[in-house]
Design a protein around this ligand. Structure first.
Ligand code: NDP
Length: 263
């Protein structure tokens, strides 16, 4: 059902979870979507959407851990969308094993930084010519309140309880993930500053605690029943925030409810 002006969105990590839900809801709204995933042909959710939406959905291969793959994906997106893209949803990410921050493995730490920080930066760099050609000119980096250094500092005074989720022991875990999302937030601000003159809006977005493969891993580790948000709820809230973005918001860190999160 085409209710809005058709825009072009590119979503990374589109095979499942929050990324797939972005693709679903953007197609439902009548937009054109480029779904970038490591193995798009093997993503069942994308296959059924391709049948339903035809040309409105383009699929490209993208491994954000591999700079050559990012370059190739940007070229494929350019072929699929010669007039450019309006909004990049830079969503792909990993959490790594949930371990105490004193026990993070060095190789895993490096991988998390590659996929959650450097990869999204390289995606921005490679698709920038396409964003410049688009009308909305927006970049949404899917971050996490776990990457909020200001929140971390507050957690220190709370005996390990996370100030955002109120989870009893999460704040002492996942240093690699926390550092990677803090790094992504730094990328957001640096790109916002660098691209303001070009009218490009760049923000970080925390999707909330969402019942996806990643969100459920945290649920199991914390022994709670379920994550508070379904992917549909989270993305529907996030899209309200994204829809309302202007250049004045560039450089901000929002949660799914549109509240500003501390860097
Ligand atoms: P999932 O684990 O459910 O999905 C992760 C997605 O990222 C998958 O599509 C996966 O693809 C993709 N991905 C992982 N590594 C790569 C890679 N090297 N190249 C390309 N794609 C890759 O996680 P969520 O959907 O929950 O997470 C999405 C984003 O939201 C992440 O950035 C995460 O940090 C963030 N977030 C999630 C929260 C939650 O509660 N769920 C809370 C805060 C932030 P594949 O199928 O190929 O593995």
């Amino acid at each position: 059902m085409a209710l809005e002006k058709q825009l072009v969105y590119a979503v990374t990590g589109a095979s499942r979870g929050i990324g797939l839900q972005y693709v679903v809801q953007l197609l439902e709204r009548g937009h054109k979507v480029v779904a970038a995933a490591r193995n798009p042909d093997k993503a069942e959710g994308l296959a059924s959407l391709a049948v339903k939406y035809g040309d409105a959905l383009a699929m490209v291969s993208l491994d954000v851990g591999d700079p050559a793959s990012i370059k190739a994906a940007a070229a494929s997106i350019g072929k699929a969308c010669p007039d450019g893209i309006d909004v990049l949803i830079n969503n792909a990410g990993i959490s790594g094993t949930i371990v105490e921050s004193t026990e993070q493995d060095a190789d895993e730490f490096r991988d998390i930084l590659m996929i959650n920080t450097l990869g999204p930066y390289l995606v921005i760099k490679e698709v920038l010519p396409l964003i410049r050609r688009g009308t909305k000119k927006q970049i949404v980096n899917i971050s996490s309140s776990a990457g909020s250094i200001g929140t971390e500092a507050k957690n220190l005074r709370r005996g390990g309880e996370c100030i955002v989720t109120h989870a009893p022991s999460m704040a002492t875990k996942q240093v690699g993930y926390r550092a990677s999302k803090a790094g992504l937030n730094a990328v957001t601000v640096a790109m916002a500053v660098a691209l303001e003159k070009d009218g490009i809006t760049v923000i970080s977005m925390c999707p909330g605690w969402v019942a996806t493969d990643m969100g459920n891993t945290a649920t199991e580790a914390l022994k709670v029943d379920r994550a508070p948000l379904t992917p549909r709820e989270s993305v529907s809230f996030q899209l309200e925030v994204v829809d309302g973005l202007t250049l004045e918001n560039s450089g901000s860190f929002f949660n799914h409810q549109g509240d500003v999160v501390l860097y």
